[in-house]
Design a protein around this ligand. Sequence first.
Ligand code: GUN
Ligand code: ZN
Length: 450
Amino acid sequence: MKKISKIAVRARLFWFVADPVQASGQAYRYIDDGLLHVEGGLVCAAGEASELLPQLANDVTLIDHRPHLVMPGFIDAHIHFPQTQVIASYGEQLLDWLQKYTFPAEMRYADPALAALQARFFVDTLLNHGTTTAVVYGSVHPQSAEAFFVESERANTRMIAGKVMMDRNAPDGLLDTAQRGYDESEALIGKWHRRGRQLYAITPRFAITSTVEQLQACGALVKAYPDCYMQTHISENLREIELAQSLFPAAADYTDIYDTYGLLGPRSLFGHCIHLSERELARFSETQSVAVFCPTSNLFIGSGLFDWAKVARKDRPVPIALATDVGGGTSYSMLQTAAEAYKVLQLQGQSLSALTAFYTMTLGNAKALQLQDKIGSFERGCEADFVVLDAHATPVMAHRMRCARDLLEELFILMTLGDDRAIAATYVMGERHVPMPAETAVSTGEAAIP
Ligand code: GUN
Ligand code: ZN
């Protein structure tokens, strides 16, 4: 039985209560000398230390994280668990990158022992980067999703994941069939969806690797399990769009392919959304489907620039989430992801304020996942997943911080210069994460490069 801790963390506290773009009043709470009181893994109170300290019972352990900034754990809305050794693969755009690097790497996840080792590395790495919730793609093998959920359950993290469904246009070792993909997904849903903090996402990889029969099967799963999520990729790369349309000639456009099979909706997450037309964005808005912006991936694979202003347009808003997309993405850090998002928008004459960036990686992503009553803030009763941020973590950051004037500047420095070094600690349900010792890092039987 896990011990249920009673802790109170003294630090500078910061969390959002609303979207800074839409809020009429102040969108966030900032308490310079704050106390976060946690019992049974949930937030009891977040407020002024001077008010809360005198009320604390004797059995509450006081932890002092001053002068650091404590905020809700980061949420990564799209990442691939079997791509830990695909990250930083040279020289290709999407379709060739998949064939040359990604599919061979994912093939190895047929081995449950390898999947288990990799899952340990993956969850540990997310937490070391301050990410306490992620929406995760497995490989086609149900044992990959199984290994991931086992590890997430061990860490007690709130995660959303699914085995990928793909039944064409990939090597044999990576293919299921419409029926098998349905059955394996259903079995995983039965075992893992809403078990503790785990949640399931029905996960067709993208239209190119699914037959009509498989997308029909996905639609049937979504209908049978409306409480699950659905995640896939869309409109990332121009060659991909052309190929998808040639495989589904009856569809009006890429979005219409997924729409035809009932895959749009408020619990549906679509990675990339770079080249969507007005018609497609209107359908996203009508169905409140979520567009997931993956800036480091879009730059690294050379896919294009996500047009935030166009996607979020006030008269037909589409919900936006932010994500790393490792291994197409180049960092597990949501801070670095925000830094690259800022640059992607700069290239289009738009700006991403530090407030919007930090909102998006906490409460904004929680809302996109319809989990705002559980994660992403310090409201009473929320699950106490939080990060301790150190804006002085490196000499360059410390030097820059010497002339930072206020919280907004500190946040912008954190997102521009910060990464896992700026994460002084990560807590899951009020328990501090203990990073895996380096010497036990994954050995996956690969020969080391001399
Ligand atoms: N489209 C289909 N599969 C993938 C993937 O693994 N990564 C990215 N970035 N795009 C995809
Ligand atoms: Zn992806």
